[in-house]
Design a binder for this molecule. Structure first.
Ligand code: SAH
Length: 239
């Protein structure tokens, strides 16, 4: 009996609080890293949208990177997420999102769900988010992760080149894989007055990030600078 009491004492008074306070310390460390990331990588490079900065301070990026890379979640770099794909560098997520000029309440399409991080940021900005991913396993993983964390985002496995006709037209479209031309179905599914951000250029090389505004007269494009994205493929992957 005495042994049992000692065991319980050790477990409840020493071991259990030890574990939970370790988890708490780790969570605080991520939160600190997240705030430092926003100040040093995002604000310092000129992003000023207050709602976006707040979203970036809130969404736990460490949840969207592979377990073994969590300590790098807030580094100033893209990270591998498996299947040859990457989660974009935090600043690029911020830049692309800011250029969509979202006020909250917009219907947004993302092509290239990947980890689900960009979709979570869009949801945190108060948008209704639809996202398409061509690799089945990534679509499933992102859908599960977003749901667990409480981000209500609609995920579909398929070729995002064709957009998502069922929910079109969209106020904004973000393409997070590179294309060598603007996919006509995406332009067709963008509202007049809407904005699209996408990396345009050759695959596995340097591309230009374009902001495309759709007007009554046609489109106006602005070059936002050089970027490097994984390419949009047309190969719907089962695994
Ligand atoms: N936005 C993501 C980063 C995605 S990387 C994030 O926040 O993590 C680009 C993604 O585009 C990859 O997951 C890749 O599989 C996907 N992709 C490539 N071609 C695609 C296509 N035709 N349709 C949809 N997704 C595509």
């Amino acid at each position: 009996m005495k042994r049992v009491i000692i065991f319980f004492y050790i477990f409840t008074v020493i071991v259990f609080p030890g574990f939970s306070s370790f988890a708490l310390v780790q969570e605080n460390a991520f939160e600190r890293a997240r705030h430092t990331m926003v100040t040093e990588q995002i604000e310092r490079r000129g992003i000023t949208d207050a709602r976006l900065l707040e979203a970036l301070r809130t969404v736990p990026r460490e949840e969207f990177v592979p377990e073994n890379l969590r300590e790098w979640a807030y580094a100033d770099t893209p990270l591998p997420i498996g299947y040859g794909q990457t989660i974009s560098q935090p600043y690029i997520v911020a830049l692309m999102t800011e250029k969509l000029a979202l006020q909250g309440g917009e219907k947004v399409l993302e092509v290239g769900t990947g980890s689900g991080y960009q979709a979570a940021i869009l949801h945190a900005l108060g948008c209704t988010v639809y996202t398409v991913e061509i690799i089945k396993r990534l679509a499933q993983l992102a859908e599960g992760k977003l749901k667990t964390l409480g981000y209500t985002v609609t995920v579909r496995w398929g070729d995002g080149y064709f957009g998502w006709e069922e929910y079109a037209p969209f106020d904004a479209i973000i393409v997070t894989c590179s294309v060598d031309h603007i996919p006509p179905p995406l332009l067709a599914q963008l509202k007049v007055g809407g904005r699209m951000v996408l990396p345009v250029g050759p695959p596995w090389s340097i591309q230009s990030l374009w902001l495309v505004k759709k007007t009554e007269e046609g489109i106006a494009t602005e070059d936002l600078g050089a970027v490097q994205f994984v390419p949009l493929t047309r190969n719907v992957r089962e695994e």
